[in-house]
Ligand binder design. Structure first.
Ligand code: ADP
Ligand code: MG
Length: 247
């Protein structure tokens, strides 16, 4: 067996035993203040749908940034897809990020490009052929309900539509994991529901989904696993859980 195959087997074993996402005693301190994440251990298995909730400042976005390898842990280990993220070399990071799709509260679309181009751009970065792009972009835009809007620019779209474009862009390269940091934070209740329902469908199609949210009504209705953070610590982790406010 080659060294490469051995490494792949080791990663597969790590995923089997510890989950697709595994934080092992992770802390993250910024240069100022108390640790943003403080001794967090958690496992997220392949195919799970997980909500992460908690007050502002409790460390949720820091956790997402650790998973994206925008930040590295001050202590402990972060493993995603069996990769020890601290051991990734800088040149390996772009390739690692292809496993991940990500959406944010503020959409982060290219303002001067139309819907089609915003999504196609993600495929160009990973060097898909024009033929594949012409096949994949319409397909994912249909999935998110934007089949008729290819030529619109972001400012011609509602917030809900802009978040659908962001979701299409996050999904077009078929990531194993979708990370969403307050994806409905700028949306009205109807659009929030529609985005969450899309996230559920994406999960049912096999993608592991991690959603940071403050949307109590949706969390309570959807009955997914709920991880609650407070001051950098996981204070509860409940299957089919509810939004939890206790101190
Ligand atoms: P949340 O997403 O749950 O609101 P964050 O992860 O953004 O929480 O922040 C957790 C803590 O880390 C907060 O106290 C915040 O002020 C602090 N923090 C976040 N980002 C930085 C940064 N770049 N530099 C210093 N402190 C930060
Ligand atoms: Mg945040």
């Amino acid at each position: 067996m080659t060294k490469r195959e051995l490494k792949r087997q080791k990663r597969e074993k790590m995923i089997e035993e510890e989950g697709l996402i595994f934080l092992d005693g992770v802390s993250k301190s910024y240069s100022t203040g108390a640790p943003a994440i403080n001794g967090v251990t958690l496992h997220i298995g392949r195919g799970e749908f997980v909500f992460i909730v908690g007050d502002s400042g409790s460390g949720k976005s820091t956790l997402i940034k650790l998973l994206l390898r925008e930040l590295t842990a001050t202590q402990g280990k972060v493993y995603v897809m069996g990769y020890d993220l601290a051991k990734l070399k800088h040149r390996q990071i772009p390739k690692y990020r292809r496993y991940l799709g990500v959406v944010f509260q503020d959409f982060r679309l290219l303002k001067d490009r139309n819907v089609y181009e915003n999504v196609a751009f993600a495929q160009r970065i990973v060097e898909k052929s024009s033929k594949e792009i012409r096949r994949n972009v319409p397909s994912i835009l249909a999935t998110v309900g934007l089949a008729g809007k290819y030529k619109a620019k972001p400012k011609q779209l509602s917030g809900g539509e802009q978040q659908r474009v962001a979701l299409a862009r996050a999904l077009v390269n078929r990531p194993a994991i979708l990370l969403a940091d307050e994806p409905t934070g700028n949306l009205d209740p109807k659009n929030s529901w529609e985005i969450m329902q899309l996230l559920e469908e994406i999960n049912e199609a096999g993608t592991t989904v991690v959603v940071v949210t403050h949307n109590r009504e949706i969390v309570n209705a959807m009955r997914k696993r709920v991880i609650t953070m407070k001051r950098g610590v996981v204070i509860s982790d409940v299957e089919e859980g509810e939004y939890n406010d206790e101190d």
